[in-house]
Structures are given as C-alpha cells and as structure tokens.
Design a protein around this ligand. Structure first.
Ligand code: DI6
Ligand code: FE
Length: 394
C-alpha cells in the first residue's frame, strides 16, 4: 500500500520547522518522502487530503506497567486518609498486592485485562508502547506477563516493546533476603525470558523499598552479559544513586529522577541517557520535588514523557494528559512535551526507526484536528485525534 498525504501541517520532530501545506509519501510501512512538493515519481499514487490538519509521528509511551491483575482503588482511599505510598508498601500492600492479583491470572487473562488500557492509549494516537513485567516476581508469572505483553501487540495494530522488571519488589517469600531473590528467581527468570525471546530491555526499581544500587548492578551485569540494554527507576522517592549507576551502565533511560542532582544530570548527559519524566506518578502520590528540568535542558539531556501506567502510583492511560502534566507540573514547554512522546521516547527505547517524520522511518503517524502542536499539551481530557497510521496502514 502506497499513498500520499496532502495539505498536511507536518511537525517532523527532527529539529526542523513545521511544514505547512506539506506532503508525506507513504510506501509500504515506511515514509518515502516529506516536503512541500510532491516529486513526479509519486504523483500517480492515491491522495488523502488532510485539509491542513496537524501530522505528528505516532506517539510513543516509553514507560508503562500496562499488564497487571486487579486494581488498587483501596490504597488510593488509604492515601487520601493520610497513609504514604511507602507505608502501604511496608505493610504488605503496594506492588505486592498487585503481585497477588497478577499471580492469580494466566497470560490470556492478563492480556484481556490490559486490552482496555491499551485501547485508551491507541485512541490517542499511540503507535508504540513499552510494557514491563514485575508483578509476577516468580518465574512462571513473570514469563506470563511478558507473553501477555507480546500478545497485546498481536491483538492490536501497535508495536509492543517488552522490558523485564523482575527487580521491581522483593516478594514476601523472600522478605529480608533480596539477594537470594535475585540469585534464585530474578536472574534465572531473566535468562529464561531471554531464551524465549521475550525481552527487549531490562529495568529495576532502585529505591529504599525495593533494591539497592549494588543489587541493581548485579541485574545490569546479567543483562549486559545477555546483550540486553538497561534502564532504571531511579531517584523517584529519595536519592540513592540509581541515576549515576544507570549512566555508568550506558542505560537507555533513567526514569522518574525527581531527586537527581546536578552531578547526576552531568552523568546522564555524558552517557547519552534519556531522562524519562513520569508526572502521573508525581501527581498521584502528591510528591513535592519536581525533576531538575532546567538542569536537563542546560546539560542537553533529552527528556521523554510517559504515562507509567500502573495500578498503584499512576493509574493513567492518557499520554496527552501526561504531556499536559509535564508542562503544568514540571515546567516543560509544549514543544518539549511533544518531543518527549515522540523523538525522545523512541530514543528511550533504543529505536532509531521511529519518533520523527523523515524518509526511511516507519510510517507511524498521528493526524490531529488541531492547528498548533501546543494544543496537544494544552487541553485537559479532550482527544483531538483524527486518524492514526500504523506501519503505513490507515
Ligand atoms: N515505580 C513506580 O512508579 C511503579 N513502579 C515503580 O517502580 C509503581 C508500581 C506500583 O505501585 O504498583
Ligand atoms: Fe514505573
């Protein structure tokens, strides 16, 4: 299938300016041409007149925990009554409560429960979504989560990238024995998942209520031995040194990073690591310390934005709302927010074939009923998507 989009207002996200009354030639699943004029060689293709609508790359949600069982509305109520996220985790709730609900489900049921969440993302123009494991915390259930995530990519026209997050929490059967959990469950399960071809990247939760930098380093060593890229939940609730560790391992991204210091920012810049900002979790947990956006900007650290969709700290299935929150809560510009869910999100996943509109890139596009790109971040709870193109398919 080849066709031409005409009278498009193109936000290429390459650093170049907006192209007004532009054309995009789609050839199969790739973009063949972008510009003001239609080359004669393509003029015979079917035309779709966009009547001046904005075209962006398909959106990329580069950090989600979309696959899980149950929900945690009860903890939402408990927090409103004064309990903290860390209190709830220490009392056996939090990630461990979702672990119980997730272990009770097989891969098929996990896929079914995640589909409405995925559909909400797709309805807003998402064409690539990263999905993490980390609520099984035992071999079979972690593998089931990864299989469920991959199955979501078969059920819908969307690209799914899977991340192994076995180092998300210490399950109750290993309470106080985090290193034994790593040796006996987390690392062998990573080997098994990789042998089954289920892993695109490896993540961990580096926090007082989860794993120390030294423990995360063990997971990263195994990932690197398997040839897998790493990323890390770092500096979300406190400063533990996860960001510097991520930079040392050349991580694709360091995520949350509210408590990152200027030295951490320098380390990320030197390593080329993306800072993934997750305002949904900041908002839900009513955190006070915003990530050091100005320092990221000053040091040239690319900032991505994602939903962090999960049942505990960020029950958010709107990437457009994440853009709005990134601006309102963290001080991003609307242009930075759009970079954060396109070009920089692609980079946070190590994907060089998407996130910008340029020849040779995947034809993943979102067509919007708006005039200015800033409108995407400006509105709250409104979806202006007109049409989505995934792999060249309208
Ligand atoms: N940080 C988060 O925001 C999520 N995981 C993590 O490591 C929260 C996971 C949850 O509360 O279920
Ligand atoms: Fe997360």
């Amino acid at each position: 299938m080849s066709f031409v989009l005409t009278d498009a207002r193109i936000a290429p996200m390459t650093g170049g300016p907006l192209i007004d009354r532009g054309v995009i030639v789609v050839n199969g699943d790739r973009i063949a041409h972008v510009g003001h004029d239609l080359p004669a060689a393509h003029s015979g293709l079917p035309h779709h007149d966009l009547e001046g609508r904005l075209v962006t790359p398909g959106l990329i949600d580069c950090h989600t925990h979309l696959v899980f069982g149950g929900n945690r509305a009860g903890e939402f109520e408990a927090r409103l009554n004064g309990a903290s996220y860390a209190d709830i985790a220490k009392a056996g709730g939090g990630i461990v409560s979702t672990m119980r609900a997730t272990r009770a489900l097989g891969a098929d049921a996990l896929t079914d429960q995640a589909l409405p969440r995925l559909d909400a993302l797709i309805a807003e123009g998402v064409t690539t979504v990263e999905i993490k494991s980390g609520y099984g915390l035992e071999r079979d259930s972690e593998l089931a989560m990864l299989r469920a995530a991959r199955a979501l990519g078969e059920r819908r026209a969307v690209a799914v990238k899977t991340t192994y997050l076995g180092a998300h929490a210490v399950p109750p059967e290993y309470a106080g024995r985090a290193d034994a959990y790593l040796d006996e469950v987390c690392l062998p399960t990573l080997d098994a998942a990789q042998a089954e071809g289920l892993v695109d990247a490896v993540d961990g939760f580096c926090e007082g209520i989860a794993f120390s930098p030294a423990q995360i380093a063990r997971v990263f060593d195994r990932a690197q031995a398997l040839g897998l890229p790493v990323k890390l939940h770092a500096e979300q609730l406190s400063h533990l040194g996860g960001t510097a560790l991520a930079a040392r391992y050349g991580a694709l991204s360091a995520d949350h990073v509210e408590y990152a210091t200027e030295d951490d920012v320098r380390a990320l810049a030197a390593a080329g690591t993306v800072a993934v900002l997750l305002p949904g979790a900041f908002y839900t947990l009513r955190e006070r310390q915003a990530p050091p956006v100005r320092a990221f900007r000053d040091h040239g650290v690319p900032m991505a934005l994602a939903t962090d969709c999960n049942p505990g700290s960020s029950p958010l299935t709107s990437l457009l709302l994440a853009m709005n929150m990134g601006c309102t809560l963290f001080g991003l510009t609307p242009a930075e927010a759009l970079m954060g869910v396109t070009a920089h999100a692609a980079r946070a996943l190590g994907l060089s074939d998407r996130g910008v509109i340029a020849p040779g890139m995947r034809a993943d596009l979102a067509i919007w009923d708006v005039e200015a790109p800033a409108e995407l971040a400006y509105r709250i709870g409104f979806n202006p998507l007109h049409q989505r193109i995934f792999g060249g398919a309208l």
